[in-house]
Design a protein around this ligand. Sequence first.
Ligand code: ZN
Length: 143
Amino acid sequence: MADSYQFPFPQKMIFIYNNIKSETTDFSKLCRCCMEDGDIGIYETDFQGLSLAAIIEFCTHTELALDEDLPKNICQQCFDQLTASYLFIAKYLKLQEYITKIADSQIREEIKIEVEQSDTKVLFAIIILTMKLIMFQITQKMM
Ligand SMILES: [Zn+2]
């Protein structure tokens, strides 16, 4: 990577983060997410049409600046976790949209059925009333 940031001290650096010890001479080659060695560029690598940087921003609600002096790589393990997280969040959001539509249409369907049922009740009431009237007229004529 031509524009990779070179840490000002060329000697080996040792980082201990979360009990993981990292040794490097190039700060920019560390994993942005766990400080282990990372060789997957977050700006150069695409996943499902998005750069890994965009996916990190999407999943973490943070903004990454291209010119910041922070590692621009991630390791394979973090890549796997990141893409799995992204797929899960994207799946969840897509499904919420879909089931909300279903719930809306189900409510509409329930209202429609209720209206149809009340229409049927009115119709039956009219038929019964008409039949009672006819029966009444018949019995009146017989008298
Ligand atoms: Zn990592």
